[in-house]
Ligand binder design. Structure first.
Ligand SMILES: Cc1ncc(COP(=O)(O)O)c(C=O)c1O
Length: 415
């Protein structure tokens, strides 16, 4: 018998990271056959056409010029006030709802998830997200002794499945009073889907109906990690206006992340932005989440918080960053257009892609299809029910022909 010193609740914790595994296989293949031959569609970060990790140039310039004391010093636990102001304004754009808001700095979007799970669900509760989801959602729930259940994201017409969302909300609220639903939109990971404004109306109708029972507390965690690669700035934020005048027992939490928007992935900087019609709910939001920050990581990256404030407070710098980012948005769009067009030609069914870093192709046997693709030196991430292709990381040249090869691999495996 193996020796284990772990506490009962910690025994057996082990995360199998499929993304890491797929990426390691791609690197091994590149070492053997040369980088030129290998299509590595596993990486969730923007790579340029030379396959170098992109840092937005103006972001790099501001970062490198930060005064050293702004980098090394501690920051307030809640975050630098001018960072919180910038994060809030950047999150809403021109679509600020009529509501009270407050922001707390977090270690990226992951930190927002961590705190929301800790502070808005009871131990043993079940959270809700869609059946296509970013794997760490479940890890975060499990680590906090919570569970994660899913609704079906798409109906048979590939539209947002509001019926499934509604029935899961009803089912979960029949057995618990707190419900946190995580909605990753726009430019969802892994599908690239975005809820339309009318999808949002339906979601909020379900939430408002459930909130009529005063014993229930509903939180919608809106994961906007990819929002800055989802389309025109204000058009893809119009849904935020709908967070006006919600019932007192409904709280919206936006997960703001600098990982993708400012190419600061490893710098671990983000914020949770609470939106409520009730002043007390927002005061409590600021208090309890700050407390959990103190208990989890203390304060976060001061330099990058200062950097965002510096960018935001200078209109010319801000618009330069937006311009640079929009060039990469266009690059991702060019790559995804190739895949979408070729998938159609090859009769390869893919999930509805609107924007973002990833495209997903549903598959009966994702692992076998991915293994088969290795013969063509193509590496993608096998998910439970499909294959994720990182359009953020593959050049247009390498993207060309990939959909046809996937269709062939799929046919060979399903034969
Ligand atoms: C769907 C989704 N949400 C949130 C994040 C959060 O990232 P971070 O913690 O780096 O902000 C990611 C990063 O990959 C993501 O894919």
């Amino acid at each position: 018998m193996t020796v284990s010193l772990a506490a009962t609740h910690a025994k057996g914790k082990f995360a199998v990271d499929k993304i890491f595994g797929a990426s390691a296989a791609a690197n091994k293949d590149a070492a053997q056959y040369g980088k030129d031959k290998v299509v590595n569609a596993t990486i969730g970060a923007i790579l340029d056409d030379k396959e170098t990790l992109v840092c937005l140039p103006t972001v790099e310039k501001i970062y490198r010029n930060l005064p050293i004391n702004e980098v090394i010093n501690y920051a307030p636990i809640a975050g630098l006030p001018d960072f919180l102001e910038a994060a809030t304004n950047l999150s809403f754009g021109d679509n600020r709802p009529e509501a009270y808001t407050s922001a707390v700095a977090t270690s990226g979007g992951s930190g927002v998830l961590h705190h929301t799970i800790a502070n808005y669900t009871e131990i043993g509760d079940t959270l809700l997200t869609s059946d296509w989801y970013w794997g760490p959602y479940k890890v975060l729930c499990q680590d906090a002794l919570r569970k994660l259940d899913t609704y079906t994201l798409f109906d048979e017409k590939q539209n947002f499945n509001i019926k499934s969302f509604e029935s899961k909300v009803t089912e979960l609220l029949a057995k618990q009073n707190n419900l946190v639903a995580i909605i990753n939109t726009p430019a969802h990971n892994p599908t690239g889907f975005s809820l339309s404004d009318s999808d949002w109306d339906s979601v909020l109708d379900v939430v408002k109906a459930a909130a009529k029972d005063q014993s229930k507390r509903l939180v919608l965690l809106v994961d906007i990690a990819y929002i800055d690669y989802a389309g025109e700035k204000n058009e893809c934020r119009t849904f935020m206006k709908k967070f006006s005048n919600l019932p007192d027992n409904v709280l919206i939490i936006l997960a703001f992340s600098m990982s993708k928007s400012y190419t600061m992935y490893g710098q671990r900087t983000g914020a949770m932005i609470g939106v409520s019609s009730n002043k007390d709910v927002i005061k409590e939001f600021a208090d309890i989440n700050q407390f959990t920050s103190r208990a989890t990581w203390s304060n976060i990256n001061r330099g990058v918080m200062h950097m965002l404030a510096t960018i935001y407070n200078d209109k010319a710098i801000m618009s330069q960053v937006e311009k640079e980012r929009s060039e990469y948005y266009a690059l991702i769009r060019e790559r995804s257009n190739i895949f979408v067009r070729e998938a159609k030609a090859a009769n390869l069914h893919m999930l509805p892609y609107i924007a973002g870093f990833f495209i997903t192709v549903p598959a009966n046997n994702p692992d076998a299809v991915c293994d088969k693709l290795h013969e063509d030196h193509i590496f993608a991430v096998p998910l439970a029910k499909g294959i994720r292709i990182a359009v953020c990381a593959v050049s247009s040249a390498k993207m060309t022909g990939m959909a046809a090869k996937m269709a062939q691999a799929m046919a060979a495996v399903d034969k």
